[in-house]
Ligand binder design. Structure first.
Ligand code: AP5
Length: 214
């Protein structure tokens, strides 16, 4: 199954993507994590992406589609993948669809995580992430150790208030049109309420995946 997670920054795509991946036994691939690792490793791709990411702007489509091509043709994605944070523009959606068609595959479902904006601001303002495995946490201080891998918990540069505001604007301008695009193309889009307890959100997501496809 190829599952695309859509939703604004802080909607819980990373948190729920991990849980859904575990349930379905397929990997979760997050373009944000791939890019942050490239920044950390100081690769050419990372150096090119860093300024966009720190401001909360989108990295150019060509870079993202290059990453997706590599990821989707790798053996790890042979049984399927959960794509977190891609697609974020209509050209990315079109590029991904074409790329998958060339591999004889398609996006099976889009899951749209719905959370009101004031809740998003609260979540992102209070988030720390592991600088090693990228697991997000709330209610912990930077410098605490990651429960999963022992890495160091840090605040993301794009979780500063100005960058959060920009990311939300960018989402409305460039990513929200992808939702209309999925409707025009008669894709399987499921919107779920992503507020409340983590387990409840996971159950809503799993239930949506059981709905009949078009
Ligand atoms: P990326 O890392 O993808 O960031 P994002 O989309 O802004 O999403 P976030 O990681 O901020 O949020 P999330 O929805 O995963 O929520 P999370 O689970 O962490 O991208 C970063 C940057 O990379 C982009 O700005 C761009 O520059 C670049 N980039 C990446 N992909 C790109 C692409 N395709 N095209 C172009 N550029 C790209 O949860 C948030 C917080 O809330 C956590 O603290 C969590 O513990 C908490 N939380 C989760 N669920 C709940 C709940 N139910 N109740 C209470 N708290 C909750």
């Amino acid at each position: 199954m190829i599952l695309v997670l859509l939703g604004p920054p802080g909607a819980g795509k990373g948190t729920q993507g991990e849980r859904i991946a575990e349930r379905l036994g397929i990997p979760k691939i997050a373009t944000g994590d791939v890019l942050r690792a490239a920044v950390r490793d100081g690769t050419e791709q990372g150096l090119a992406a860093k300024a966009y990411m720190d401001r909360g702007d989108l990295v150019p489509d060509s870079v993202i589609l290059g990453i997706m091509k590599e990821v989707l043709s790798s053996p790890a994605a042979a049984k399927g993948a959960i794509l977190d944070g891609v697609v974020r523009t209509v050209p990315q959606a079109e590029g991904l669809t074409t790329m998958l068609a060339e591999l004889g595959r398609k996006v099976d479902r889009f899951l749209l995580f719905d959370v009101p904006e004031d809740e998003l601001m609260k979540r992102l303002g209070g988030r720390v992430v592991c600088d090693s495995c990228q697991t997000p946490y709330k209610g912990l201080e930077p410098g605490t150790r990651c429960e999963k891998c022992g890495g160091n918990l840090v605040r993301r540069k794009d979780d500063e208030p100005e960058a959060i505001r920009n990311r939300l604007k960018v989402y409305e301008a460039q990513t929200a049109p992808v939702i209309e695009w999925t409707k025009e193309k008669k894709m399987n889009l499921h919107k779920i309420d992503a507020t409340g307890e983590l387990d409840d959100v996971t159950e809503r997501a799993m239930k949506a995946l059981e709905e009949p496809t078009k």
